[in-house]
Design a protein around this ligand. Structure first.
Ligand code: EPZ
Length: 429
């Protein structure tokens, strides 16, 4: 198994190209199931999760072809992928595939809307807490779906097609918003979704569905209105830049010091996180080319954050922000409100010398003068990258195990950071 070795202490200076967003690419790829025409997606990142979803879609009959630059043809690695679901050969998403990636459960929406049936394995537990699917089931039932749970599978049927309906999410969910928006696009009549997720990835999906012929308005606000259409066509659509990757590298610069341009990044996708970062003493500016982040020798000010659905501070940057706070001049409080068990990085950061105590859903971080390198590992993607950030500022060597978590969501992490002066390398097993 690969590991990442970091020798801390180098400032970061240079340019980091921001990749297409994993969490936008995944639902966009799933939307290809809604049409028998070709959906072309540009700026698709090269990540383990994307490759896994390609395999899952293949199981349903989706063909794909890739064009883009090869690895040695310049610094842009974004790929354009053509997806074609002309014939859907299987409406079952088996446990072996769904259990590996929760987002693959989302195929339930398009399969049901297009084929009138879907049999999708329950995703099961995951490292950041129990993540139920009650909102998907309730929402799809509102659209006229009959749903049974049989042998660990959600069996959904709408033989006469889906019917538009008014549905208010009792709790905001990104995935359930994606699924209901896709399903309602092919329903008969109007659907109104209230308390919908407002994340930029929801807006990116709505724009793609509209390019395919859907009639969706209000995405990005809490109320989304979808006028159903009988069929959708193909389209060409671009994946937005990854706001979590952007925030992660911005926090890395704040931690290590230096001056980095995050090429292609957009401040409007992460205003809350950048405002918190600014309060720590880093300088953040939007330029025509992207976001520039600078921090000079002055210390890191402690800042409290609470995770919230968009436009609040994202849960997917909580671990990375905590890593920065381990070196702040004073105490900060970091509260997680989205997932109940998203603090696995706490004990690993402690191995590097961080002082963090947990008080329910709040981590109380006492900044320390220095961190010391150590072998560490983490059990999810964002927790793993928080250890990279800590390692950049730790004295000596930090060895990060279980790199496959990083490969799920960060494209060429070690290459991007070492191009800016970090001493970081991958050690292949
Ligand atoms: C998406 O997950 C992201 N994944 C997550 O990123 C992100 O952390 C999360 O949104 C919140 O922003 C992708 O986009 C692929 P939710 P999702 O449904 O859609 C509860 C990463 O690191 N809930 O918005 O699965 C749920 O348990 C990943 O890239 C229900 O109770 O998240 C959670 O507490 C990790 N019932 C809350 O809602 C349901 O039926 C929000 O989850 C569905 C969700």
């Amino acid at each position: 198994m690969d590991r990442i070795r970091i020798r801390g202490g180098s400032a970061l200076n240079g340019t980091i190209p921001v990749s297409g967003a994993k969490n936008a690419a995944l639902p966009l790829m799933i939307a290809s199931l809604l049409t028998d025409d070709t959906l072309t997606l540009e700026n698709v990142p090269h990540l383990a999760d994307v490759e896994q979803l390609i395999r899952i879609l293949g199981n349903h009959g989706v063909d794909y072809s890739v064009n883009g630059r090869r690895e040695n043809q310049g610094k842009s690695y974004a790929r354009t992928i053509h997806f074609n679901a002309r014939s859907i050969v299987d409406t079952t998403a088996p446990y072996e595939l769904v259990s590996k990636m929760r987002a693959s459960f989302w195929v339930i929406g398009p399969l049901l809307a297009r084929m009138g049936e879907a049999r999708v394995s329950l995703p099961g537990g995951c490292a950041i807490g129990t993540r139920p699917v009650d909102l998907f089931i309730e929402g799809l039932r509102a659209l006229g779906t009959e749903i049974d749970i049989e042998g660990g599978y959600v069996v959904a049927r709408a033989k006469k097609g889906l019917k538009g309906a008014h549905y208010k999410f009792p709790k905001t969910s990104v995935g359930a918003t994606h699924v209901l928006m896709m399903a309602a696009s092919l329903a008969d009549g109007e659907t109104v979704l209230k308390n919908a997720a407002r994340e930029p990835e929801v807006v990116n999906l709505a724009e793609c569905l509209n390019a395919m012929g859907a009639k969706i308005s209000g995405a990005g606000s809490p109320t989304i209105v979808i006028e159903g259409v009988p069929t959708l066509s193909g389209a060409r659509h671009r994946v937005i830049p990854d706001r979590i990757e952007t925030g992660t590298y911005a926090l890395a610069v704040a931690m290590a010091g230096g001056d980095v341009l995050l090429e292609g990044a957009r401040t409007d996708l992460l205003e809350s996180a950048l405002a918190s970062l600014g309060r720590t003493g880093a300088e953040v500016t939007q330029t025509n080319a992207g976001i520039r982040v600078r921090r000079n020798g002055s210390g890191i000010a402690p800042v409290d954050v609470t995770t919230e659905p968009f436009p609040g501070f994202p849960t997917d940057l909580q671990a990375q922000f905590m890593a920065l706070m381990t070196r702040a001049k004073g105490q900060s409080r970091i509260t997680e409100t989205i997932f109940e068990n998203r603090f696995m990085h706490v004990q690993e950061l402690a191995r590097l010398g961080a002082r963090i105590s947990l008080d329910g859903q709040t981590a109380v971080v006492e900044g320390v003068d220095s961190l010391k390198g150590a072998p560490v590992m983490a059990t999810d993607l964002r927790a793993s990258v928080s250890l990279v950030i800590a390692g950049l500022a730790a004295e000596g060597e930090t060895l990060i195990n279980r790199v496959y978590h990083l490969d799920r969501g960060f494209e060429r992490l070690e290459e991007k950071l070492s191009a800016c002066g970090a001493e970081i390398e991958r050690i292949s097993a």
